[in-house]
Design a protein around this ligand. Structure first.
Ligand code: PMP
Length: 430
C-alpha cells in the first residue's frame, strides 16, 4: 500500500519535495499526541508536523469551534466584506504583540507572512537592501528563499532583494563559539556594524531573524543578542523583524513570543504554523505606520478567512485556558535535563527553550557534523514508536518539537526512547 503510494508520489510530485524515513509513512489517524499509520503502527509525536500541530490532534474544543463555523454554511465569503472573527483575532494578536499601535495582516503561510514583511520594510524604507542571519530559514517564496541563509534550502540563486548575512544564530559552528555570552554578543554586534558599513549603502530596510532558528537546527544565541543588535539597527534606522513562525504562542516556555527573551520589542513579527493547529493561517503584526505604508491596494483571497480565524481563536483560548506556556516550560525542562544527563560520544550539545529542543550530533571525539547518526536516529526512534525531526545546515541536528500539550508521562516515554535510540545509533555506527 505505502510502496504503491510512494511510487505515485515520486511520479507526480517534484523531486525536491523530500519525505522523512527510509520507508515514508502515511498517517491515517491521530488523537492527542499519538498518530497511527496505514500499517496500524502508532507513534508518539515529537515533531508536530514541524511545530504546526501545536495542540495535538482531535482536540474537542478546537474541532467544535470550527464545526460551528461550518454550520453557518460559510467556509469563506471574501476579505472584501467585514469578517467579525478576523477583526477580533487581529485585535487580540495586536494586543499580545506588545508592539505600540500594532496592526495585523493575515496570510495563509509563514512564507507569505515573511514576504509581506519584506515588502513592507523595503517599501517603508525605500531600499531593497536587507539583512538576515546566517543559517536562517524564512520560507519558500521567491523573496523568502532569498533571505534564507542555508544553501540546502535556497532553491533559487536569483534574488529580488540585496541580502547580507550576519552572525549570531548558530553559535555551535560560529567562529565566536568559545567566547563568553557577553563577548559573543559583542562579537556579533561588531559583525553587524561591519556588515552595515562594508556590505551595504547604509540605508538598509530591515534585519529579519528567528529568535531560535528552526530549520537551522533549533539553535539560539544568548539572551540579549537581539536587544544589543536593535540598538545598532535603531541608529541606522533599520527595522527589526522577528520571525515567530516557530517560536510564537508560548512554545519557548519563558515567554509568549521568542523574541521576548531578548528584552526587545521588534517593529514587526511574522507568525504561522502553531496558531492554526493544522489549519493554514499566518500573518504579520507590525507598527501601524509600517503596516499602513502601502499606497497601492493589497489583498489576500484566503488570508483571514473565517474557518482559519475561528480555529486560530480556539487555539489561543486553549493555550490560555490550559496554561500551555507553563506546560512548555515544565516539559522542556524535563526533556533538557533528561537528555543532558545522558552522555553520548555522538552528542555535542543539547540546547533549546521550552518545547524546541535541538541535539547536535557529531562524529565521536571531533566537532564534525554527523548527518549519518541523525538519519539513523530517525529510523531508530521510529522503530520504537516516536516521531522526531532533523535539520541544521549539515542535517546533523535532531529536532524535538512536540505538541505544546505534551504530558509529563509522554515526555518521559519520549526521553526513554531517545536515550535508547542514541545508544543503538552509536553502537551501530562505531
Ligand atoms: N519561517 C520559519 C521560521 C519557518 O520555520 C518556516 C517553515 N518551516 C517558514 C517561515 C515558512 O512557513 P511556511 O512553510 O508556512 O510557508
Amino acid at each position: 500500500m505505502t510502496d504503491e503510494l510512494l511510487a505515485r508520489h515520486r511520479a507526480v510530485m517534484p523531486s525536491w519535495m523530500s519525505l522523512l524515513y527510509e520507508e515514508p509513512i502515511e498517517i491515517v489517524h491521530a488523537h492527542d499526541r499519538r498518530m497511527t499509520d496505514s500499517q496500524g503502527r502508532t507513534y508518539l509525536d515529537f515533531f508536530a508536523g514541524v511545530l504546526t500541530n501545536s495542540m495535538g490532534y482531535d482536540v474537542a474544543e478546537i474541532g467544535d469551534a470550527i464545526r460551528k463555523q461550518l454550520d453557518t454554511g460559510i467556509l469563506h465569503t471574501s476579505t472584501l466584506y467585514l469578517i467579525r472573527s478576523q477583526v477580533e483575532l487581529a485585535e487580540r494578536i495586536a494586543k499580545l504583540s506588545g508592539i505600540p499601535d500594532a496592526k495585523v495582516f493575515f496570510t495563509n503561510s509563514g512564507s507569505e507572512a515573511n514576504d509581506t514583511a519584506l515588502m513592507l520594510a523595503t517599501q517603508y524604507r525605500r531600499s531593497n537592501q536587507v539583512l538576515a542571519m546566517r543559517n536562517s530559514y524564512h520560507g519558500r517564496s521567491f523573496g523568502t528563499v532569498a533571505i534564507t541563509g542555508n544553501r540546502g534550502w535556497s532553491a533559487s540563486s536569483l534574488s529580488p532583494v540585496k541580502v547580507s548575512y550576519v552572525h549570531g544564530g548558530y553559535r555551535y559552528r560560529s567562529p565566536f563559539r568559545d567566547l563568553s555570552d557577553a563577548d559573543y554578543i559583542k562579537a556579533c554586534v561588531a559583525d553587524l556594524v561591519d556588515i552595515l558599513e562594508t556590505a551595504t549603502a547604509g540605508d538598509v530596510a530591515c534585519l529579519i531573524a528567528e529568535p531560535i532558528q528552526g530549520v537551522g537546527g533549533f539553535s539560539l544565541p544568548p539572551d540579549g543578542l537581539f536587544r544589543a543588535m536593535k540598538e545598532v539597527l535603531d541608529e541606522y534606522g533599520v527595522l527589526f523583524v522577528s520571525d515567530e513562525v516557530q517560536t510564537g504562542w508560548g512554545r519557548t516556555g519563558e515567554h509568549f513570543w521568542g523574541i521576548e527573551s531578548h528584552g526587545v520589542t521588534p517593529d514587526m513579527m511574522t507568525f504561522a504554523k502553531g496558531l492554526g493547529n493544522g489549519l493554514a493561517v499566518g500573518g504579520v503584526v507590525a507598527r501601524g505606520d509600517v503596516l499602513d505604508c502601502f499606497e497601492a491596494q493589497s489583498f489576500s483571497t484566503f488570508g483571514g478567512n473565517p474557518v482559519a480565524m475561528t480555529g486560530a481563536t480556539a487555539v489561543l483560548d486553549y493555550i490560555k485556558d490550559h496554561d500551555l506556556q507553563a506546560n512548555c516550560a515544565a516539559r522542556g525542562e524535563q526533556l533538557l535535563t533528561g537528555l543532558r544527563a545522558y552522555e553520548s560520544p555522538i552528542v555535542a550539545e543539547v540546547r533549546g527553550k521550552g518545547l524546541m529542543i535541538g541535539v547536535e550530533l557529531i562524529k565521536p571525539g571531533t566537532t564534525e557534523p554527523n548527518p549519518k547518526a541523525a538519519a539513523r536516529m530517525l529510523e531508530e526512534t521510529k522503530k520504537r514508536g516516536l516521531l522526531i525531526g532533523k535539520g541544521g545546515l549539515h542535517s546533523n541536528v535532531l529536532r524535538l518539537g512536540p505538541p505544546m500539550t505534551l504530558t509529563e508521562e509522554e515526555a518521559q516515554e519520549g526521553l526513554e526512547i531517545l536515550v535508547d535510540a542514541l545508544a543503538a545509533t552509536h553502537a551501530a555506527l562505531s
